[in-house]
Design a protein around this ligand. Structure first.
Ligand SMILES: [Zn+2]
Length: 142
């Protein structure tokens, strides 16, 4: 609904601007045909430029939103780990991102470290006992 109001106001403003900007053509040529032809050319030009402007703003907004989404995805994909410094063995809390060298400065010795990730496959295991039985055991413990 608000988009329709914005479009309606844009058209009204364009008509008003074209109305006044076409007046010199009426004063110079003193013919209604010249006035209306100038009026419609100006109106068309304004709407075309407005459309181009909206296209540019929409594109820019889409790109910015994409950047924000990518940043959020990166933040959500991070995992905090506690890792020892390679120089002084001080324990540091570091955010780890896949696809990055994950450099960090040690809080103890101020040296720059890089985190090397190692990946390993694991077998998928099934619980030995059904969930209900496990919760029953925990209930009895309390
Ligand atoms: Zn250190």
């Amino acid at each position: 609904m608000s988009k329709l109001i914005v479009i309606g106001l844009s058209i009204v403003y364009s008509i008003i601007i074209a109305f006044f900007c076409a007046l010199p053509s009426l004063l110079i040529q003193r013919s209604a045909v010249a006035y209306f032809s100038t009026f419609f050319v100006l109106l068309g030009l304004e709407l075309f430029v407005g459309k181009l402007w909206n296209y540019w703003v929409d594109n820019k907004t889409t790109i910015e939103m994409g950047k924000i989404d990518a940043t959020n995805a990166l933040i959500n994909a991070s995992q905090s780990i506690i890792i020892e410094c390679a120089y002084c063995r001080t324990k540091n809390t570091v955010k780890i991102y896949v696809g990055s060298d994950n450099k960090y400065t040690c809080t103890g010795c101020k040296e720059i470290n890089s985190v090397k990730l190692g990946l390993k496959s694991c077998r998928v295991t099934n619980p030995v006992m059904p969930k209900e039985q496990v919760s029953e055991i925990f209930k009895n413990l309390n």
